[in-house]
Design a protein around this ligand. Structure first.
Ligand SMILES: [Zn+2]
Length: 221
């Protein structure tokens, strides 16, 4: 668990997801009004994190991508809400940090490793290669936030992914006419010795101009 000392708080992924439904009820939201959009890394360890959420919302929309980058747009979200008969999107935005097998240190996640290799071998080329458009998109979205020559470590890259995703949700909800209320749960997933954690988790209910914090079971890292 030493590797998680880079973060301020840590919680068990299962506990966080299991708490969400009850917390939303406390804010006057029934499960059927809410539709979660999960954006996490597609690697199995990271994806396992969202299992309790899927039990509570079997029809949740999984928009997970390589590295947990939010790529869904307003049309995707609006049509999914219509399909589900829900009015409140809950964006679960989880960046991915890797850790060593013994849990002693953070290591570059899939996306960080790929980004490092790319910067070392290919230089900066942000064209979309049709052989692997998703990885190209990841690089293209993240590269503008990097300084020249910089190699972000696992924690720095997860911070960049979180900033990107947060901005994207703000842009997206501004373009959905009926999304007066929406929820954002964000954090960084890390799998340490077979257990999934969510680090620096924060969740808020946005309601018109007001923002209400949602309590999550976390503790100091
Ligand atoms: Zn990953």
């Amino acid at each position: 668990m030493d590797c998680l000392k880079h973060f301020s708080t840590v919680g068990l992924a299962g506990d966080l997801h299991a708490a969400l439904g009850g917390e939303l009820e406390r804010h006057g939201l029934r499960a059927e009004q809410v539709l979660p959009f999960v954006i996490t890394c597609r690697e199995p360890a990271a994806a396992r994190c969202s299992a309790p959420l899927r039990r509570a919302w079997p029809e949740l929309i999984d928009c997970s991508t390589f590295g947990g980058l939010m790529l869904a747009g307003p049309r995707t979200v609006a049509s999914s809400l219509r399909w589900a008969g829900a009015s409140v999107p809950a964006f679960v935005l989880l960046a991915h940090a890797g850790s060593s097998a013994d849990g002693a240190r953070l290591e570059p996640s899939c996306a960080a490793r790929d980004l490092h290799e790319y910067l070392e071998t290919e230089g900066v080329d942000v064209r979309i290669d049709s052989e692997d458009p998703e990885r190209c998109l990841f690089r293209r979205e993240l590269l503008p936030a990097l300084c020249w020559g910089e190699r972000p470590d696992a924690e720095a890259l997860s911070r960049l992914v979180r900033e990107h995703n947060r901005k994207r949700v703000e842009q997206l909800v501004a373009r959905i006419p009926d999304a007066r209320r929406y929820i954002v749960l964000e954090g960084t997933t890390a799998s340490v010795a077979g257990t999934e954690y969510i680090c620096d988790a924060a969740a808020h209910l946005h309601d018109g101009g007001a923002t209400h914090p949602i309590d999550l079971p976390t503790r100091a890292a």
